[in-house]
Design a protein around this ligand. Sequence first.
Ligand SMILES: *Cc1c(COP(=O)(O)O)cnc(C)c1O
Length: 472
Amino acid sequence: MKKHALAKLDQQYLWHPFTQMRDWLRGEPLVIERGKGALLWDVRGREYIDANSSIWTNLHGHNHPKINAAIRKQLTKVAHTSALGLASEPSSLLGQALVKLTNPRTGLPKRQPRLARVFYSDDGSTAIEVAIKLAFEFARRTGRALKPRFLSLDGAYHGDTVGAVSAGHIELFHSAYSGMLFKTDKAMSPYCYRCPFNKAKPERADARDTRKCNLECIDKVEQQFTKREKRGSQYAAMLIEPGMQGPAGMIAQPKGWLGRVAEIARGHGTQLIADEVMSGLGRATEQYFASHDEEVQPDYLCLAKGLTGGYLPMAATLTTQEVFDAFLGDYSELKTFFHGHSYTGNALGSAASLANLTLLQTKATEAKRKKLAENLCAESKRLWHLPQVGDIRQAGCVLAVELVRNWQTREPFDLTEQAGIRVCSSLTKRGILTRHIGNVIVIMPPFCTTQQQVKKIFTALHDSIDETLNKQ
Ligand SMILES: *Cc1c(COP(=O)(O)O)cnc(C)c1O
């Protein structure tokens, strides 16, 4: 078949993120034309299930009538006006909605901070960048640290801008940019499946459920704090992806970990930056925010990906009145937060987000999320009999399958074997779109995905693993 004209244009003019372009230029890229619900169609009319919600952004499905209508309605008024010196209707209403949603009346202990202010930006990375800068300044202004330093988890990923990369600990990205990053410290990540403290033999179950340990990973985090204190200083903030570390390989935290680590951080005078770019807004949690699953309210809550329902780039960093107040003063004191983007508080993005939050809070969506989580759990069980399935871990509507050479030894595939990439290519042929993270396959379809569709995803995943890794 002749290469599609749009595929040719792409290959002639574009440069894709996180993509070895030499490989990209060899094949014919899939050109997506339209979507509806959990489905996408390419320009050749082939149908796919969007099994990773278009890189974790889409919540309620594509082409949703309510979100479409909200954007159209705003479009008849104005698409964008600057937040530098001007207020707008949708951004103000969204601010109110976000503060309300992130401070539930029940479920959080009284002495936790209250999120009171919303700072908008455009992407997860910028939401983190804002939180880091605020925490840095806050630590200096409150005299807790002269040279504020940050702590984050092993394998952490908080985005690709320079500050966000500095806060992360993915070796591959770090070595590439090491000369331009600032130093941050790393604490042990609670990766039960590959934990040296976990004495349990491999079993056909989520490693968190069979683990034999004393949560030594928490002691390791605490040691990091005491080490810092011995040097006579404190961390300005600790960054955490609550519930599940997404880009690190969907590492789901064992129950109790987050609550205890938050307590330790606070006990050491350290603020918490919750990166809920992936986990938040009902994705990797039964509530709206994974922090709240462990009754933790962070000092900074970063939202992006799902904020607009997966429609437009928009992000929010929520923080407390206390932080806000540290930036108040006489103009001449220059305490202003000197940071902002051209599209901050974008009207179309805000309108989409408002519609998204309204949808999220309906009984119907609640039921869909619950059903999807159950279906993911039930349908994934068929994978356990495959010897290359090492771990299956789930948090809310996110499920991950870690592929290994042999489940009984947990021996990983070498990255150069491209096990994840090959399984995903095989999935594409079967009409299922998702991305791997190394040897981890991510299944995270929109909330509207039906039981039939979930079944189709896991049948295809089963056959793809079997075909790619078993029969070679
Ligand atoms: C995607 C992601 C980011 C970065 O967001 P971008 O919108 O890609 O800049 C940060 N943190 C987490 C947990 C993410 O999943």
